[in-house]
Design a protein around this ligand. Structure first.
Ligand SMILES: O=c1ccn([C@H]2C[C@H](O)[C@@H](CO)O2)c(=O)[nH]1
Ligand SMILES: [Zn+2]
Length: 142
């Protein structure tokens, strides 16, 4: 959703329904035999695509991938770009907050002004991950 305000999505213009539907559909593909907590994540790219992902767990529990991880992989494999809006659900249809690791993962690909649907309403990326470490900090030491 590129526009005149520096590429930031206008929060009021985001149609959350297709994102919720894509997150729900992705959740149906979960591999979550250990937690039995299927999750689906979906995001709107700046250029208007919807990308999605689901959690893929592992017998070595700590290796499990959150839905956000596979979503970002799908983003990169389907044209890349940056994310304007994000939505994540469990099998009951409840909206989830991304875990701390996934907030960092999303930050890497966040468009300016990216927003997330959360348990506390629509929140800015910068709000759910303040003072984030990002690519810009890698340049400060060289
Ligand atoms: O935002 C979230 C929160 C949790 N999970 C997954 C990780 C694990 O597989 C299961 C239980 O934590 O839910 C996600 O994929 N995304
Ligand atoms: Zn996570």
């Amino acid at each position: 959703m590129a526009d005149s305000n520096g590429g930031a999505a206008d929060v009021g213009e985001i149609d959350w329904e297709p994102l919720a539907a894509a997150a729900h559909e992705a959740m149906l593909h979960a591999y979550a035999p250990y937690s039995r907590f299927p999750v689906g994540a979906a995001a709107l790219t700046e250029d208007g695509r919807i990308v999605s992902g689901t959690n893929v767990e592992n017998a070595s529990y700590g290796l499990s991938l959150c839905a956000e991880c596979t979503m970002v992989g799908n983003l990169q494999m389907t044209g890349g770009g940056r994310l304007s809006a994000f939505y994540c659900v469990n099998s009951a249809g409840a909206v989830l907050m991304p875990c701390g690791r996934c907030r960092q993962l999303l930050y890497e690909f966040a468009a300016p002004g990216m927003v997330l649907m959360t348990t506390t309403g629509i929140r800015a990326m910068d709000d759910v991950l303040p003072d984030a470490f990002g690519p810009q900090h890698l340049e400060e030491i060289s």
